[in-house]
Design a protein around this ligand. Structure first.
Ligand code: GLU
Length: 280
């Protein structure tokens, strides 16, 4: 078996833009250079925003860019029930609680906006609730204090090879509390696993040895490493790369249709032009 397996894991909620192309090309090239494998995973657990048309366009764009993935494509929506086993394992260890807060409730309960944090840390309104009290429509959250209490003997570590955070990182409980908090693992109103858990489980399921993705996801790595450790799944090596920004220094978003690969394709650009534009 090869000792380098990586993946590109887009959410099909919009077109691929230059930032995604950078991530996919980097992962593909690193896999080929290591004589390893490059896998494709479609992260379509957001059933409202994910569209088959975007999935199809993503695959066309990747093929046009000359990126050929190995093996079958894993589509998360095709295996939703498989995540329940893992949620059940966490529930059996008393690590989940039901939550009925809306986004507006959470915002109102926060004393100050979490400036500079990529997501809102949950203030803990429903923390005292028990699983036996779960109502239809409740989300499920990880009880971070209890999770960390199980790991105190030796907080998990992970290796990062990306420039900005290169080195071995050990989970820092206070940082986990202030940056991440009690994340949602199963979404409100839909019995559907959330990104943090699904993505980490599938990295293990696909035997991913190297997770290559944008810098913006670095802060979430700790929670994924905590979840993998609690579930007795292997922790991959992580490589968080620089983000492609627009002329104003803003990170590209799905809405930046002007930078969509499909737009460049239609304008007659070549895959080599795209590589040049993103400095690869
Ligand atoms: N699906 C996520 C996204 O499109 C990427 C997840 C990951 O690479 O871990 O932003």
């Amino acid at each position: 078996m090869t000792d380098f397996i990586t993946r590109f894991a887009p959410s099909p909620t919009g077109p691929l833009h230059l930032g995604h192309a950078y991530s996919a090309i980097l992962a593909h090239d690193m896999a080929r250079a290591a004589n390893g494998q490059f896998l494709l995973r479609i992260e379509d657990t957001d059933l409202q925003r994910s569209k088959p048309e975007w999935d199809a366009l993503i695959r066309q764009d990747l093929t046009w860019l000359g990126l050929h993935w190995d093996g079958p494509v894993l589509r998360q929506s095709m295996q939703l029930t498989s995540y329940d086993t893992y949620l059940a394992q966490l529930a059996a260890r008393d690590l989940l609680y039901p939550c009925s807060c809306s986004r507006a409730d959470i915002r109102a309960a926060l004393t100050a906006p979490q400036e500079g944090h990529p997501h809102e840390v949950y203030p803990g309104t429903c923390k005292q609730r028990l699983m036996s009290d779960r109502k239809p429509g409740d989300a499920l959250r990880l009880h971070l204090d209890r999770a960390l209490a199980l790991l105190t003997d030796d907080f998990p570590r992970f290796v990062e090879t990306g420039e900005a955070h290169k080195g071995t990182h050990q989970i820092d409980p206070s940082q986990a509390h202030t940056q991440i908090g009690d994340v949602v693992l199963s979404r409100k109103g839909e019995d559907i696993v959330a990104y943090f858990l699904a993505s980490a489980i599938d990295d293990a399921r696909q035997d991913i040895t190297h997770v290559i993705r944008g810098e913006d996801l670095f802060d979430f790595t700790a929670i994924q490493v905590i979840l993998l450790t609690l579930l007795n799944l292997p922790v991959p090596t992580y490589h968080h790369h620089r983000l492609i920004r627009d002329d104003h220094g803003k990170r590209l978003a799905k809405r930046d249709d002007a930078r969509a690969i499909a737009t460049y394709r239609a304008e007659g650009k070549t895959p080599a032009d795209i590589r040049a534009m993103i400095g690869l």
